[in-house]
Design a protein around this ligand. Sequence first.
Ligand code: NAX
Length: 327
Amino acid sequence: STAPVTVTVTGAAGKIAYSLLFRLASGLVYGPDTPVRLRLLDIPSAVTAAEGVAMEIEDCALPLVDSIEITDDATAAFDGANAAFLVGAMPRGKGMERSDLLSANGAIFRDQGRSINAGAADDIRVVVVGNPANTNAYIAHRHAPDVPAGRFTALMRLDHNRALSQLATRLGAPVAELDGVVVWGNHSATQFPDVSYTTRAGEPVTAGLGRDWLADTFIPRVANRGSEIIAVRGSSSAASAAGAAVDQMRDWVHGTPGESWTTVALPSDGQYGTVPGVVTGLPCRSHGGEWEVVEGLEIDDFQRARIDASVAELISERDAVHALGLT
Ligand code: NAX
């Protein structure tokens, strides 16, 4: 077996972590030969519950679990971390304004960015899940000047997987035959799930779908899937979010196959007319342990307008956290 990997999960007592931790402990990110040292971070009032989750992980007697540490101290949690899933965030409470949410969460991700900068391992990989995920990743990255920008990502893989699944259903195709989906922009209702480049077993699929279905059914269905899950299940997406976070980290570490790509939200270099620095969904391949943005895709007017609208929202969030003194 190889050397153990240190993985920090924040919001460890929460719903997503309850799926994520067991997948990590089962080797779904690093494979069957790599032990994991789990670090569970939550706030003081949730530490006892996190201890209960750790007890259940112990009770699985999983051979890959090297150790489990539970803490409410971010500095300790990120010390030496090779990977960090930033899941914990403050939920939007009754009567809370959007700016209240941004400032509460902004402070969390500012402090965690600083802790990562101070103590994480040189190969740290960060996946931000807690909302507003893109802007939280932006804030953390801004407070970690010694960590390369490409090490801070936000989770849009769930949106990507939702798009793949909806398209597979519509086409009557296995998900495994589809490639070339991207979700541009923000993990919010303005996101643009885009199947313009999608192929099934190498053949383009878009022509047969129709603009109306894309604009009136597919895009809103994917963009509002989180609300649909809450309405039907009575609770927000948890296992699917954990699965997507695992997909993202696994592909980051092990690579994406051949020329295929997936969606990752990461600090833009300005590709496709997005604004540099803003953390936006982009088509990415993973090679040699790094994300590479797929270049050279053609963008038509319909796509341009959708991408610009979602990036405009990201810019307004960036400006709002700046005005709050968080960056
Ligand atoms: P829960 O409310 O079940 O759990 C959140 C946990 O975070 C709690 O245990 C809480 O004590 C902890 N926490 C709060 N502040 C913390 C801090 N400063 N440090 C460490 N832990 C802290 O939420 P859950 O359902 O697990 O969702 C977590 C986050 O994921 C939410 O912000 C949610 O909006 C977001 N989501 C993001 C998705 C994505 O695709 N990017 C999809 C699913 C989900 O909506």
